[in-house]
Ligand binder design. Structure first.
Ligand code: 5IU
Length: 260
């Protein structure tokens, strides 16, 4: 059986990475493979979305550096809500520098990302040093990284060779890398998780290069395990209703794969 048609709990058992195991188990328990991307500049809005949408999601994806009124309290509240509603915190920091620099970006500055984000993203463009650096900031069982193999935006520079090499780099850090951001069903072990952004029920693109597909296309054609949705939920009139709609469509599409 391959990753594609293996039930989540079987994949959790196959996973060698403890955080991958935890996320797959959480997805099964909550019946959610939905990650909401809350791209807002207001910490009040961020916390309010986390409180409202928490029950429907497996992951809350942040861009903590866009918050205008950031404070330690923002993080404290996110941590509390992550426990209350049983979701993990995913900071989409897109680390991309040399190891020595990303090590400091991960654990330093006002955001102190490795203190609170269960997951972070990294571009492998600089080579394995980016992962060596992140691991140096303090590798623990409840911290992990998602490697960006392929972006959703039009004109991205992720060639098939780049994607293949990204996976080679990621696979050599199996204790830290739990999966990949990608737009196609790349060949990875059953315990490795694929994340796909660029999903919307309303639009096929935005005015700045983003490209969208439906939840079903993401899960059943692109092989996504976790579906990342931003404005489709946060920009709607009723984000809670919309989140439940996306949760169901994404999870039903995933369950359909187990039957095949
Ligand atoms: N995001 C992408 N595409 C990518 C990667 C990250 O859209 O390839 I890597 C982020 C950007 C934003 C969210 O935070 O995912 C998608 O938001 P919308 O659903 O609002 O487009």
């Amino acid at each position: 059986q391959s990753r594609i048609n293996m039930p989540l709990m079987e994949r959790a058992k196959a996973a060698t990475n403890p955080l991958a195991q935890r996320l797959l188990t959480l997805m099964d328990r909550k019946k959610s493979n939905l990650c909401v991307a809350v791209d807002t500049q207001s910490s009040v809005e961020l916390i309010s979305m986390a409180e409202k949408l928490g029950p429907y999601i497996c992951l809350l994806k942040t861009h903590i550096d866009i918050i205008d009124d950031f404070s330690k309290e923002t993080i404290q509240k996110l941590k509390e809500l992550s426990e209350k509603h049983d979701f993990l915190l995913f900071e989409d920091r897109k680390f991309a520098d040399i190891g020595n620099t990303v090590k400091m970006q991960y654990k330093g500055g006002v955001h102190n990302i490795c203190d609170w984000a269960h997951l972070v993203t990294a571009h492998p463009v600089a080579g394995p040093g980016v992962l060596q650096g992140l691991c140096k900031a303090g590798l623990r069982d409840d911290r992990g990284c998602v490697i960006i193999a392929e972006m959703s935006s039009s004109g991205n520079l992720n060639t098939p060779a780049y994607i293949e090499d990204s996976i080679k780099i990621g696979n050599s850090f199996g204790g830290f890398v739990i999966g990949y951001v990608c737009q196609s069903s790349i060949d990875v072990d059953a315990g490795v998780i694929l994340f796909t952004p660029g999903v919307s029920l309303d639009a096929s693109s935005d005015s700045l290069g983003q490209q969208y597909v439906t939840p079903e296309t993401a899960v059943n054609e692109k092989g996504a395990d976790v579906v990342i949705v931003g404005r489709g939920i946060t920009g709607s009139e009723n984000p809670v209703e919309r989140a439940e709609q996306y949760r169901k469509r994404c999870y039903d599409a995933l369950c359909k794969r187990f039957e095949s």
